[in-house]
Design a protein around this ligand. Sequence first.
Ligand code: HEC
Ligand code: HEC
Ligand code: HEC
Ligand code: HEC
Ligand code: HEC
Ligand code: HEC
Ligand code: HEC
Length: 388
Amino acid sequence: MRLAFFYGLLITASLTACNSYTSEYIPIEKIGMHPNGTVFTGMQSCNQCHLDIVTAHKQTAHWLTSSKINSATVIPFLNSDKNYFDLKDQTRLSFSIKNDTLFQEAYRRPYKSPFFTKSIDINIGSGTKIGNSFLSWEENSLFQLQGSYYKPNSKWINSPGYPSFFQPKRPIFPRCLECHTTFSQSENWQSAIPTNRYNKENIVFGIDCQRCHGPVVDHVKHHRKNPIDSVGRKILSYKNFTQQQRIDMCALCHSGVGKNINQAAFSFTPGDALKNYLATQTNNEPDVHSNQVGLLKMSQCFIKSEGMDCMTCHDPHSNERNNVIKFNSRCIECHPSQQHTSLLPENTWDCVKCHMPMKASKIMKIEINSDSISQVLVRTHKIAIYKE
Ligand code: HEC
Ligand code: HEC
Ligand code: HEC
Ligand code: HEC
Ligand code: HEC
Ligand code: HEC
Ligand code: HEC
């Protein structure tokens, strides 16, 4: 009996030593909690067994899409040649750091002292493509500031949707955070009526594992107790999901702003039917910005093939931006032979360039300086034949 126990221990020890588990043990730490009782632990508690996924995920736009501002995150924003910009009414918005806090200050001639000062507390946007917007607290109320940082030419600009004259602030309603954080608790989280008042201590920044995988604490506890169990337990599995369930998880944030119904979208967990939480945009022309689901559903590839979803082309855990070879190889898997009847003017290996061209968003526009509006180009997900 004793001997069997001893051998059991030996086997356990050698099995755990053979796979990719690290010996690092990190206690389950609570970083947030849904009022329904679901605890958010943060992805360091996955390191022990899924280190490769965690490491890859830290490079994604999802993970980098929101954070609390601290002195380290501030530095890139103050690398611009001039840390201010002027509005049409001669207001100058200026950005500077004092005692580890980033501030937006508004000046008018002769620019001696600011007539309006706000701390910049939260960053929204990974900066992988367009840039960053900033939020500020006033007691428990959350506002977006007028200055945004435009990454392509490292400039401070007027935030999209703001007028070209000075406006002190704009309230931030939950839908913004539903798409850009893992969890945030607004004061009336149970209702679909928007408010900009939040529980400041209960926001989980970045889109982490739990936004797409649901509750994890029991899974972590089970596998720590049973290190030789190689089947994932006490966790939702996409393997058992229908096509609709797999798409709904991404559609929560990639089918347009939509309209909350009955319940807050933060209560949506993978596997649920999204239509019980959100009325998505179903007009004939979904915008390229944040409505990849609406556009993909209009493509012949989607309509005529079985079980296509976002993971047909995307690995949800990796930053694959500009991985042209990988994306084109996905097309060729389903279209192996040359499809073209006409003589094309260019090489045909870059399928994506012609059949998923970049298109200007109608809802997201950027004001680079006070006289010019730039369109934001987004890869359309309506895979089709484009004549130009
Ligand atoms: C003590 C080890 C351990 C820890 C810690 C752990 N897991 Fe797992 N997990 C496993 C094992 C073993 C499997 C099954 C093999 C596999 O799919 O990698 C698994 C599978 C999974 C699956 C796939 C389930 C399926 O059937 O499709 C997901 C998702 C998952 N884990 C998420 C997480 C997340 C998120 C965390 C951190 C909060 C985490 N795990 C922490 C051991 C662990
Ligand atoms: C319906 C979900 C959704 C909502 C609501 C939403 N966003 Fe986004 N946002 C996205 C998606 C998706 C992208 C990037 C891809 C795209 O354009 O489709 C994005 C991109 C951005 C970017 C650019 C990031 C970069 O560098 O590429 C910023 C900044 C941003 N959003 C800020 C905001 C702010 C601030 C709000 C609220 C006032 C908001 N968004 C509301 C989904 C959303
Ligand atoms: C944007 C949503 C999203 C995020 C964030 C996310 N996952 Fe996943 N994950 C998925 C989807 C979707 C699948 C199913 C993939 C499939 O079936 O093609 C999956 C599958 C998995 C699996 C099963 C094995 C595999 O590699 O496919 C594991 C393990 C896993 N995820 C762990 C994690 C961990 C750990 C994190 C956080 C570091 C995380 N995931 C973050 C969406 C996500
Ligand atoms: C909680 C909201 C949310 C969910 C759920 C979500 N996304 Fe996203 N996704 C975003 C936002 C926001 C961005 C833009 C982030 C940024 O650049 O700041 C984004 C960006 C992306 C990008 C562009 C990455 C890049 O490098 O710029 C891809 C691809 C993507 N998402 C695919 C998916 C897939 C596939 C799923 C489902 C498994 C999914 N997303 C689920 C919110 C979400
Ligand atoms: C899962 C399989 C699958 C994948 C992946 C796929 N397609 Fe398709 N695609 C199809 C099917 C099926 C059709 C319909 C063919 C038909 O009607 O005979 C189609 C149709 C098309 C058409 C004709 C569209 C029209 O409106 O007539 C084009 C162009 C196309 N695909 C390009 C692409 C490109 C480019 C990619 C990669 C970005 C891609 N496909 C990925 C399955 C796929
Ligand atoms: C047939 C292949 C295919 C499918 C299916 C697909 N995508 Fe994409 N997606 C692409 C390609 C190709 C790009 C461009 C990648 C690049 O240039 O880095 C892209 C880019 C994106 C971007 C970034 C857009 C931009 O211009 O910033 C987002 C967000 C995205 N996909 C989300 C999704 C979501 C959500 C789904 C599921 C509804 C999905 N994708 C399904 C091929 C696909
Ligand atoms: C230079 C632009 C360009 C590139 C690159 C390109 N295509 Fe096309 N494709 C077209 C045009 C234009 C048509 C319509 C005329 C024709 O059929 O020749 C078309 C037609 C198609 C069709 C529909 C054929 C039919 O009869 O319904 C498919 C499928 C397709 N392409 C797939 C692909 C795939 C897969 C790749 C990458 C290996 C690719 N294309 C690369 C421009 C392009």
